[in-house]
Design a protein around this ligand. Sequence first.
Ligand code: B1M
Length: 218
Amino acid sequence: MTEQMYSAMAQSIIDGESEEAEKLAKQSIELGIDPLDAINQGFVLGVDHVGNLFSRGDAYLPELVMAGEAMKAAVNVLETEMTKQGTERKMLGSIVLGTIEGDIHDIGKTLVGTMLSVGGFKVFDLGVDVPILTLVEKARTETADIIAVSALLTTTMVKQRDVIEALDDIGLRSAIKVMVGGAPVTRDWAEEIGADGYSEDAVGAVAVAKELLVAKGL
Ligand code: B1M
């Protein structure tokens, strides 16, 4: 039953059917399926499939757009549920989050933000296409513990390094930790640019953020 549900979820994204995706997300909540399982074992398989077709030239931008919109419709429903399940926690620390400038992919970044909030962090989600200096300035004014930078494009991930350099320039590099992630980002890349933390996914991002607080002595 759950397997059937997961494959229907993936198919709704492949078909770019936002209403169907939203309906399945709501049904999964009624059935007691963990929202994160619905995302990772259902909807993400669909969006990955469309992404692969797109990179092989077997799907075009409109299909990518429709898949992205259907994915957002489903994830919105599930994120609301995750937030509900994780409310009323003590705040561990604060994080400024955004998708780096030039990049408008927001589904994974928003999911990371939701998981961090549910995990007990105060999250300032600045959205997508966020200028480097906006991230750094917000972290400074909010005395944030961490800046979390998402990038989905090989052309934009290089700007994660600029965030670190911008912090350095204003003398806040040791006060504010930088965590990076996004589909093309690897642990090697994170090490190469001197990021403090890297996670492959949204669940791991919470554990990494907690480790960074420990590293800060909090
Ligand atoms: Co775009 N896109 N896209 N896209 N898109 C990719 C990324 C791509 C890999 C597709 C492909 O060719 N196979 C490719 C990038 C190639 C590359 O650079 N290596 C690509 C391209 C080329 C483009 C355009 C350039 C296409 C064009 O216009 N010709 C364009 C770029 C626009 C721009 O940003 N300037 C573009 C546009 C779009 C849409 C707008 C149509 C849409 C986005 C809709 C939206 O976000 N609102 C879209 C989509 C949907 C995708 C794919 C298919 C799916 C992305 C997604 O939402 N995944 C994607 C292919 C793919 O990844 N399979 C693709 C689901 C999401 C839950 O996963 O975002 O990876 P993800 O996040 C994960 C982890 O990465 C991690 O945790 C998340 C949850 O587990 N994570 C972090 C993310 N951020 C993190 C931060 C952290 C830690 C973990 O700490 C800070």
